[in-house]
Design a binder for this molecule. Structure first.
Ligand code: M3P
Ligand code: FE
Length: 314
């Protein structure tokens, strides 16, 4: 089957205690493991593998790598061949490179971001279990997010210099990893230049997204909530915790998500969002947003440009 879903994000943080507090108290993740190097591993209540977020101590913010889970160990060998044939160098990291995790196929996207694929991570179960489960567990903290859902990578784009790593990544993810395109923003005089793309392997509108920018980086990691009211409550939690809110609750035209953006204490952008948007299927026609309607795609209600939203990232 190949890639199943996003598995984890590894983020750099500058103040570990403040970061753990943020992801535990505001988002509602729980710490499941710490290692000797000072890395902290956390999971959401509705996830069954040991962790979906790694916080690593650093003197700056940003993404170390993003990892996706494949169905079978043999998928790693097959995908290694496809990725190498596409012209991207790979490394196999042995089991135990990350604790509780099997071997990983490591490579860099055309945009430079490090991606890893793995087939095995220690199973610990969700907080409601698998036998006659309650719909949600007691004692949820903060926003009580269900799972890490997707991330959005800023990708170097400089049309004058012929550089568009949004388009390169999109082709790579399609041809080497068998993702499919759900939505895109097309710009330029011919209206044919991909300035942003949303791509899926599951049946949700995106498991990863790419947006063009001056340099490559992390725009946000996003966590799933059930409802619009949960997004509102998530904003309440942020106000109570003095979390820096970037964009107050609103709706995306793109993916139809109901969303709020905010920052962790190091400045990494987070999103909590609700609404699975639509059933993303491989034969669904690609949705296109034109350059003049770009901001309606991003913030549907106002349709107004918020430059800091695409210019500030880690
Ligand atoms: C999302 C989403 C940008 C659009 C972001 C959209 C950065 O985060 O979940 O659909 O332009
Ligand atoms: Fe998002």
């Amino acid at each position: 089957m190949g890639v199943m879903r996003i598995g984890h994000a590894s983020l750099k943080v500058m103040d570990m205690d403040a970061a753990v507090k943020h992801y535990e108290n505001v988002l509602g993740l729980k710490t499941t493991m710490k290692d000797k190097a000072g890395n902290v591993y956390l999971k959401c209540w509705d996830e069954w593998d040991k962790y979906s977020l790694i916080l690593t101590p650093s003197d700056q913010a940003g993404l170390n790598h993003v990892a996706y889970k494949v169905e079978k160990d043999s998928d790693l060998d097959e995908l290694q061949k496809k990725v190498e044939a596409w012209g991207v160098k790979t490394t196999v990291l042995p089991e135990g490179t990350l604790p509780s995790t099997g071997r990983m196929l490591q490579f860099n996207l055309p945009s430079g971001h490090e991606m890893r694929l793995y087939a095995m991570k220690e199973y610990v179960g969700t907080e409601v279990g698998t036998t006659n489960p309650d719909p949600w567990p007691d004692g949820l903290k903060g926003s009580g997010v269900h799972w890490l859902d997707h991330l959005l990578l800023m990708c170097e784009m400089n049309p004058e210099a012929g550089i568009n790593t949004v388009a390169d990544n999109t082709r790579f993810m399609t041809e080497a990893l068998d993702f499919f395109l759900t939505e895109q923003v097309l710009v330029g005089p011919e209206g044919n230049m991909q300035a942003a793309t949303w791509m899926a392997r599951t049946t949700t509108p995106h498991d990863i997204a790419f947006v063009g920018g001056a340099k490559s980086g992390l725009h946000h990691i996003a966590f799933f909530l059930d409802s619009w009211h949960d997004v509102l409550k998530s904003a309440d939690v942020m106000a109570k915790n003095k979390t820096k809110i970037d964009v107050a609750p609103t709706r995306h035209g793109i993916t139809r998500g109901e969303t709020i953006y905010f920052f962790d204490p190091s400045g990494n952008r987070n999103e909590t969002f609700a609404g699975l948007g639509y059933l993303a299927q491989r034969d669904r026609p690609v949705t296109t947003w034109t350059e003049d309607q770009l901001w309606s795609g991003i913030f549907y209600h106002t349709g107004e440009a918020v430059p800091s939203f695409t210019e500030v990232y880690t």
